[in-house]
Design a protein around this ligand. Structure first.
Ligand code: OGA
Ligand code: CA
Ligand code: FE2
Length: 494
């Protein structure tokens, strides 16, 4: 709020200096050399000027008060005003203001292969190489030291890793029942190109999202044969053929036949390491370095997800995916959902940036693949064509436009969203599609630092406001109860 600041300033300087004027006749204050100066008309003129002056000052104060009130209400960050450019020290500590001026830095890629030197730790210079422009993707060798990699892996092991994906995901059936969709309606949803037939890729995409089971075109043909689904044998499902299948026919067939871990979207184990106060110094250092690297406001990095540490055994993989969801009006970000007072039916992760660290050098395979990096165009349908599925990182990593080899200590980072052109998060960047190729020899350890930002600026602002209020309350309680709890080196939160 700017009004509280300006009001006392204005009152304190201007009017008080002139306030003595009307109380004393001007003649008493000035030594009168000319009688005309002391005349009544002169006094009237001075008084008129004085009143006009006072009215102007009052009008100005009203203007400042109401215009800043409106800005608060509309949270306009696009129109920089002079009030916004005042120095930090003059800013009152009022909360709604703190995101107002934020413009997110986006590091420039210049061109593929361009190298920029960055200063991230004292006494060391890192080289940051542009790997692609679509998505905007960089590689920084030696971002973590060998010791830091070791500590992160040890902390993860100490905490324990869990399966990244459960074998069969429940709850989808209930959702379908709840929505009460007819077979025609489901068929229509699946028929992306609306040609009245279900092509292989239309079914494959659906199965991956629905059950997390990664079907190959051969798997699907096997299922069609087992269920006698494709009666005319043309490789497509018509509405008539689709109607004869029960809702969960595919799933039941697969469960009977058995699903292996290698047939899931993701075959790895992972855990989360908190990086806030009290966390291991290495984890806090990594967070600080990520803040320097991305040049984003520290609060945004602080309020992001913890560090995710992932371990792939030999044979492990992660098929191509987006770390972050698209921006639809009916979708809310997971991280700001509680603060947003809207009830949207869908929820997605909003991860503006992914920073991926390689914690070891992998003996064989395990590259990170970007199937469509710097492609001239992006066409979802052509990702699966003629039995070649570019999303399949067990089979087709060699056909990806870009592959990054895992090297201990190297970090890669990319933007999952474009800019909105006004310093905030824009549309999802479809080219940010990526996956972990199958590990052919040894194990692979990586860590992900995701930086969460809501593309809806106001929701992000409201979320930060809420968190800072909560933190203040916690700090107050902490101080009255036991000041030691606040000390960062008392407990080490993994
Ligand atoms: C991820 C991911 C890629 C890799 O964990 O989200 O995309 O190379 N990992 O492991
Ligand atoms: Ca179709
Ligand atoms: Fe990912």
């Amino acid at each position: 709020m700017t009004d509280h600041q300006e009001t006392p300033d204005a009152e304190g300087t201007t009017p008080s200096g002139s306030a003595t004027l009307p109380l004393q006749p001007p003649c008493e204050r000035l030594s009168c050399h000319k009688s005309s100066v002391c005349s009544r008309s002169y006094f009237v003129v001075v008084m008129v000027f004085f009143h006009v002056y006072i009215i102007n000052v009052i009008a100005l104060l009203f203007y400042v008060h109401y215009s800043s009130g409106q800005e608060d209400a509309s949270r306009s960050r696009d129109a920089p005003s002079s009030a916004h450019q005042r120095p930090e020290s003059r800013r009152p500590p009022s909360k709604p203001e703190f995101l107002r001026d934020v413009s997110l830095t986006r590091i420039e890629g210049i061109r593929v292969g361009h190298v920029q030197r960055v200063s991230l730790v004292p006494g060391k210079v890192h080289e940051m190489r542009t790997l692609s422009l679509k998505p905007l993707l960089f590689e920084i060798p030696g971002f973590l030291s060998a010791d830091e990699c070791r500590v992160v892996m040890q902390l993860a092991q100490l905490k324990g890793l869990m399966e990244s994906q459960l074998m069969v995901q429940d709850g989808q059936e209930e959702l379908a029942k709840e929505l009460n969709l007819s077979p025609e309606e489901i068929f229509n949803l699946l028929d992306i190109n609306q040609d009245g037939q279900l092509q292989l890729h239309e079914i494959l995409t659906h199965s991956r999202v629905r059950d997390g089971i990664w079907l190959t075109p051969e798997n699907l043909r096997e299922i069609y044969a087992g269920l006698k689904a494709d009666k005319d044998g043309n490789g497509l499902l018509s509405l008539e053929e689709f109607r004869l299948l029960s809702n969960d026919a595919f799933q039941r067939f697969l469960l009977q036949r058995g699903v292996k871990r290698s047939q899931l979207v993701r075959n790895s184990r992972h855990t989360w390491l908190y990086q806030g106060k009290g966390a291991h110094q290495v984890l806090q250092d990594i967070k600080a370095r990520v803040t320097r690297l991305t040049r984003l406001p520290p609060t945004l990095v602080d309020l992001s997800e913890p560090l995710q540490v992932v371990r792939y055994e030999e044979g492990g993989h992660y098929h191509a995916h987006h770390d972050s969801g698209p921006v639809y009006p009916e979708t809310a970000c997971t991280h700001t959902r509680l603060a947003a007072n809207t009830s949207t039916p869908f929820e997605t992760s909003c991860r503006y940036i992914t920073v991926l660290f390689y914690l070891n050098s992998v003996e064989g395979g395990g590259e990170t693949a970007f199937p469509v990096a710097d492609n001239r165009t992006y066409d979802e349908v052509s990702l699966i064509q003629n039995d070649v599925d570019l999303l399949d990182t067990r089979r087709n990593c060699d056909k990806s436009n870009l592959r990054v080899k895992p090297n201990k200590g190297t970090a890669v980072f990319w933007y999952n969203y474009l800019s909105d052109g006004r310093g905030w998060v824009g549309e999802q960047d479809e080219y940010a599609l990526h996956g972990g190729c199958v590990v052919t020899h040894g194990t692979k350890w990586v860590a992900n630092k995701w930086i969460n930002i809501d593309p809806d600026y106001q929701r992000q602002a409201r979320y930060q406001e809420l968190v800072s209020q909560q933190q203040e309350e916690e700090d107050d309680e902490g101080l009255t109860l036991n000041p030691d709890i606040q000390s960062p080196d008392i407990h080490q939160d993994l």
